[in-house]
Design a protein around this ligand. Sequence first.
Ligand code: SF4
Ligand code: SF4
Length: 224
Amino acid sequence: MKNSLLLNRYRKQALTWFILPAVIIAGWIYPPAGFLLLLCMIGAVGLSFFSGRSWCDWMCPRGAFFDLLFQNSRQNKPVPSWLRSKKLRAFMLGLIFIVLGTQLYLSWGDLYGMGMAFVRLLTITTLIGIVLAVKVHPRGWCHICPMGTLASWFGKGKLPLYIHEKCTGCGLCSKACPMGLTPHRDKETGEFTDPDCIKCGSCTSACPRTALSFAKTVTAQKAA
Ligand code: SF4
Ligand code: SF4
């Protein structure tokens, strides 16, 4: 049951990760392919109103790319606080929207020029993400991704993770979290509501006590 959840997740990620390099390569050959980036932006923000950052789990090709290709590098290391700072995230959001907006404005009406603005953005941010994945944390980029930041704002409080009483505080759930989050630290409140949770379920699979679920009661979790 637990392993099937993880296997299911890997299978879904295997279907999406390659879209990232494919769009980058296609975009440099045929720039209008860069408009595909809009689908990812709309998907991440649109879904956040219902289920927080769930898009970032396997539907985002870049998230799947980082999980599948870099998951063993530094996964158990905590995400440094500077990478999660509100100021840095707001700066990245502003910077990317200003840079993208300016390029779109200057090339307005030219499909190739506008597409190239998206391709450049996707290429540069992916390179930054790879450096972060190797040097800091596999999902380091996901903590400063502008779409992830917007999704965390709009999806705040959606689909919380419940920590049931049988939790022993062992911390195995936190070690399994691809986002470097620490659900076990919220044991006392019984609820983990970090807006950067991507609802992947890795922690629920890792818990030896079956103490975590997205359902409010353990009974409901078993039924699901
Ligand atoms: S793995 Fe389970 S028992 Fe251990 S801290 Fe996490 S929720 Fe609690
Ligand atoms: S807290 Fe659990 S569900 Fe949320 S991102 Fe981490 S492992 Fe996935």
